[in-house]
Design a protein around this ligand. Sequence first.
Ligand SMILES: NC(=O)c1ccc[n+]([C@@H]2O[C@H](COP(=O)([O-])OP(=O)(O)OC[C@H]3O[C@@H](n4cnc5c(N)ncnc54)[C@H](OP(=O)(O)O)[C@@H]3O)[C@@H](O)[C@H]2O)c1
Length: 165
Amino acid sequence: MIISIIVAAGENNEIGRANGLLWHLPADMKRFRQLTTGHVIVMGRKTYDSLPKGALPHRTNVVISRNSNLRLPQCTVLNSLQAALTAFADEQEIFIIGGAEIYRQSFPLADRIYLTRVHAEFPDADTFFPPIDPAEWQLIADETPLADETSPYNYSFYTFKRKRV
Ligand SMILES: NC(=O)c1ccc[n+]([C@@H]2O[C@H](COP(=O)([O-])OP(=O)(O)OC[C@H]3O[C@@H](n4cnc5c(N)ncnc54)[C@H](OP(=O)(O)O)[C@@H]3O)[C@@H](O)[C@H]2O)c1
């Protein structure tokens, strides 16, 4: 199984504020949808709470929570990241979609990172992605769009693969 993290982060690894996102980037949402549709997505309970319409369609939604009584519509609720990885071990690729707590726990286990780097700084951010160490991660794709009039920010789509020694 390939464990993939998918994240959008500012230049200082900012990912959120007040349990919401810091930007509205239609191109990033489209890429997120294309990459994750048909797959298992794993998220923390707070990220689930931030979704405006609940579970994302056409994907197996897995929510991690310590609350064993929690039931959420169209979601599988599990009490640890490891439980999610075990339950879906037969998947070809599984996507960790945040937030910060779940990224932090999955970071040492991940094989790939699909990063949208938003080329701006967000001083009000309160949640962050861990730094991507070039000694550990190899950049295997850089899809920087030439221009995007729908976006207030410039951004790049990067794919990293963990270096294996
Ligand atoms: N830019 C991006 O790509 C992106 C992507 C996703 C999210 N975000 C942002 O990230 C922020 C949310 O991140 P966050 O770090 O605050 O929350 P989070 O990681 O989404 O969720 C944290 C919750 O997950 C559960 N949890 C975490 N570790 C656990 C463990 N080991 N065992 C069982 N349950 C565990 C707990 O739920 P319970 O409290 O229910 O026990 C915890 O409160 C929001 O601002 C969101 O918009 C950004």
